[in-house]
Design a binder for this molecule. Structure first.
Ligand SMILES: Nc1ncnc2c1ncn2[C@@H]1O[C@H](COP(=O)(O)OP(=O)(O)OP(=O)(O)O)[C@@H](O)[C@H]1O
Ligand SMILES: [Mg+2]
Length: 250
């Protein structure tokens, strides 16, 4: 489903991804945790070439790309395998909620307008925003905007959804509604990579937790292993600092 081999990225002298090897199975939900600056966002951004990796190979869905040398066509094909959910939503401000979701269907997938609208409306329903189809982002709460962002990512039916701290820009009272939507999607066997600081959420929803530090995957395992019985001293220290999630969220 997804296989990343020896992925490397540096910004100038700074090595940000220091040989990442990663395998994700279909339907698996992977939470990526780790200290600030450890390369979590860069890893997600390299998977869809928002950042250009220096070395390694990326296989996602039907696409395989060798970072050293690839064509524009290969890059385009790899990008089509995933959809990204951003921390700051990144919605089109001049488009309604529904238009934000259907844009890629109309433009990239060349879907007929009435068909795209049906898909869009079904997705709005899924994220609990059927009544906001014609609303513009500025009139929506952060939690609602992010749910639109998630619906937009689902619209293209990608092999995997990449979420980079999807709730960290939200006011605390809006976090739960977005996590609930992500949880519901996770339960429907959608492959997801989520960078998150929400440890309780990671513990409850993830099949696998990856702990990154200084551009490396230091340790990975089930939530029980990583939160309950971390092996690596750095993982232990991190889990201690952020507080192991004892209680599961409802
Ligand atoms: N465009 C860039 N140019 C130069 N350095 C960058 C760039 N993007 C990221 N970096 C550096 O790469 C390192 C990893 O950044 P990254 O954003 O991947 O970390 P992160 O794990 O997502 O951190 P956080 O938890 O704070 O979001 C950091 O030291 C950062 O300063
Ligand atoms: Mg980040």
């Amino acid at each position: 489903m997804m296989k990343v081999t020896n992925l490397r990225k540096r910004f100038g002298e700074l090595v940000v991804l220091d040989g990442i090897d990663l395998e994700v199975q279909r339907g698996e939900v992977v939470a990526i945790i780790g200290p600030s600056g450890s390369g979590k966002s860069t890893l997600l951004r390299c998977l869809n070439l928002l950042e250009k990796p220096d070395d390694g190979t990326i296989e996602i869905g039907e696409a395989t790309l060798s970072a050293k040398k690839y064509s524009r066509r290969e890059a385009h094909f790899l990008r089509q395998q995933t959809a990204m959910v951003f921390q700051n939503y990144n919605l089109f401000k001049n488009k309604t909620a529904l238009q934000n979701i259907t844009e890629s269907l109309l433009v990239t997938k060349k879907m007929k307008p009435e068909e795209a609208r049906k898909v869009g409306e079904a997705l709005l329903e899924q994220v609990g925003l059927a009544h906001k189809a014609d609303s513009y982002p500025i009139t929506l709460s952060g939690g609602q905007q992010q749910r639109i962002g998630i619906a937009r990512a689902l619209a293209v039916n990608p092999h995997a959804i990449l979420l980079d701290e999807p709730t960290s820009a939200l006011d605390p009272e809006l976090v739960a509604e977005v996590l609930q939507v992500i949880k519901a999607i996770a339960e429907r066997q959608t492959t997801m990579l989520i960078v998150t600081h929400e440890m309780a959420f990671a513990r409850e929803v993830a099949d696998k937790v990856i702990f990154m530090a200084e551009g490396k995957i230091v340790e990975q395992g089930t939530p029980e292993e990583i939160f309950g019985d971390p092996q690596n001293p750095r993982t232990k220290k991190f889990i201690q600092q952020v507080g192991a999630p004892l209680e599961l969220i409802g």
